[in-house]
Ligand binder design. Structure first.
Ligand code: 13P
Ligand code: ZN
Length: 269
């Protein structure tokens, strides 16, 4: 079957990474039913033939005007599509969209008219923000990691940097590989523009943001790196829970030990 990925090995490799990560999300139990979504800015892989591809959907409103996305292209998971299905067949469970010149609407161009994720306002607003800051981040990931979501059911952990410090202190790697920590967004209606705006505000200080009682939203250079940040944070949450299950409050690394490590690894804060 004809596919936008045919004879485009670099683009196919990028979408291959999305499929690989979708499989991990399912295996980890973070992707029940259609839970979670992924979008990738693929504009750098777009050639003249892709630019000439006709729309295969009507123009649809994004819900926000996003000036940095004019003429950009994204691969998006389809709404109501399962990560475990996307892992096998990314182009039947997602699609490629083109943002139109009004910067407020998009059309689907390939391979099939699969409607993009309901969290598109958050994903595209975040990509617009990343481009406005000149950042080389191309991937955004929303998923439902069990232990991190459980933490957000206690207001103690919703206070600024409480969860970050706790998770960093469980194992040195977490600060090394998620150096900006975990931002917190109070409960907001899924797929709303308000959720998108609250997420962007937190991304000024963090690469990974919790959506209270819902999931995480992570950004990075590619989808594998975004997944890794969530994975190390959730690993720390699992260590915390394991210690609690053994009947004690874990000691955690001291502030001094974390400071020493941040200096040795040249971490941002
Ligand atoms: P979609 O199936 O629309 O991507 O929604 C899944 C989800 O996790 C919503 O927050
Ligand atoms: Zn969700």
């Amino acid at each position: 079957m004809s596919s936008i990925l045919n004879n485009r090995p670099a683009l196919a490799a990028e979408i291959g990474k999305v499929a690989e990560v979708a499989g991990y999300l399912w295996q980890k139990g973070w992707a029940e039913r259609n839970g979670g979504n992924i979008t990738i800015n693929i504009t750098e892989y777009v050639d003249d033939a892709i630019k000439a591809m006709p729309a295969i959907s009507e123009a649809k409103r994004i819900g926000a005007t996003l000036p940095y996305l004019k003429g950009c292209y994204f691969y998006c998971k389809g709404t109501q599509k399962r990560m475990r299905d996307l892992a096998r067949d990314p182009m039947a469970n997602g699609s490629v969209i083109r943002v139109l010149d009004d910067c407020a609407s998009y059309v689907i161009i390939a391979d099939q008219p699969v409607k993009p994720t309901s969290e598109l306002p958050s994903h595209l607003s975040v990509h617009n923000y990343l481009l406005s800051k000149g950042m080389n981040y191309k991937a955004s990931l929303h998923t439902h990691p069990i232990e991190l979501v459980a933490l957000t059911h206690n207001q103690k952990f919703m206070a600024k940097d409480v969860a970050s410090n706790l998770l960093w202190s469980m194992i040195p790697e977490t600060k090394a590989f998620c150096p900006r920590g975990l931002g917190m967004v109070p409960y907001t209606l899924p797929s709303s523009v308000e959720l998108a705006e609250a997420t962007i505000k937190e991304l000024e200080d963090y690469d990974v943001v919790m959506w209270e009682k819902h999931g995480v939203f992570a950004v990075d250079t590619d989808i594998m790196a975004a997944f890794d940040q969530v994975d190390v944070l959730n690993k720390s949450a699992l260590i915390y829970i394991a210690a609690k299950n053994m009947g004690f409050e874990p000691e955690g690394m001291s502030q001094e030990q974390m400071r020493e490590m941040s200096e040795a690894f040249h971490l941002p804060k």
